[in-house]
Write a protein that binds this ligand. Sequence first.
Ligand SMILES: [Zn+2]
Length: 147
Amino acid sequence: MENCIGCEIISGGLTPPGGFIHNGEQWTLTHSIAPGGAPLRGMLILQTRRHCTQLADLTPQESRALGPLLQVTCRALEELFQPARVYAGSFGEGVPHVHFMLIPRLDGMPIGAELLKQVLEQHLWTCPADEAAALAAQVREKLRNVL
Ligand SMILES: [Zn+2]
């Protein structure tokens, strides 16, 4: 769909740092991007391959693939960052293409809604694109044997 960042990533028109971590039949996994700014450190985006705006509209295949992908991706983030928590959220307000933001809550980060505010509105916790690309490569390596 035109003017959808999610679809631009799928079509290759927009390349997140490090490219695709996972490029499956139903879902793709990439490091997050921040249009016009720096990427958010370690925040991954798990999104549907097809343009779909509501979780309620997932196909049975997309639904079946989601759970295992979420689990192994969160495991990889835990192994890489040893975060207090890995947050998983799907809002669909800014980018109306089904996606989950997976955010490792690192040392010094606030809890819950305050972290989301800092990440989504204040664009804190960013990192250089080359660091995000290296993180994407590390996650890809972690998932190599499980996907
Ligand atoms: Zn889309």
